[in-house]
Design a protein around this ligand. Sequence first.
Ligand SMILES: Nc1ncnc2c1ncn2[C@@H]1O[C@H](COP(=O)(O)OP(=O)(O)O)[C@@H](O)[C@H]1O
Ligand SMILES: [Mg+2]
Length: 228
Amino acid sequence: MIEFTNVTKSYSVGTKALRGVSMQIEDGEFAFLVGPSGSGKSTIIKLITGELKPTSGSVHVNGYSLERIRKREIPYLRRTVGVVFQDFRLIDNKTVYDNVAFAMRVVGTGTREIRSRVPYVLNLVGLEHKSRRHPGELSGGEQQRLAIARALVNNPSTIIADEPTGNLDPARSLEIMTLLQEINNLGTTMLVVTHEQNLVEQFANRVITINDGLISSDRMDGHYDYED
Ligand SMILES: Nc1ncnc2c1ncn2[C@@H]1O[C@H](COP(=O)(O)OP(=O)(O)O)[C@@H](O)[C@H]1O
Ligand SMILES: [Mg+2]
């Protein structure tokens, strides 16, 4: 579960990125987070992953209290939260297989488990036939599917995606959103930042809208509540 209670975040004197955000996302939910550029979406993501601490208020994620988490506990939190970045952050000199396997090695998973799990997640995202390729040999949509495989491989209970379709054409974007929906159907909680009104309305999930550091609407009917 993700729970924000009266969260504020100031980057420096005068920049208040979040001005009192409260929200709760239950296990197994699929929620979109939308809002204008600069409204605070990425700040919310970074508070969930422990990259930033709140200035005030509390953030609870999968049993961890992020306002007082210890540095050595952050790797444990991160095993419960997979992150998909807009810019993919793939390792260019590793194969598709090794990009995914590496995410398991860094958390100390043994070879036997890696050998059975990596093909499973590559198959889930439709990349099993590309496992010996390098990221530079993949299309944009394939790179994003690889980033999703990597976010999934440690079997997190939650996946956070920050504009996962930002660089893709409409057909590829639809494929990626469908894949995220399928992963959610398998039980993973999903929080997806997007600007794509069409996709939000098509998937008709919960939509949390943030404006100028405050939640301005939170609704279940897929309605997209602001104009760019
Ligand atoms: N590292 C930072 N230092 C100072 N200000 C920042 C930093 N990151 C973001 N901001 C500011 O905080 C506000 C919210 O940013 P952000 O969360 O990135 O918005 P969004 O993802 O919705 O575009 C913006 O005004 C932005 O300029
Ligand atoms: Mg952002």
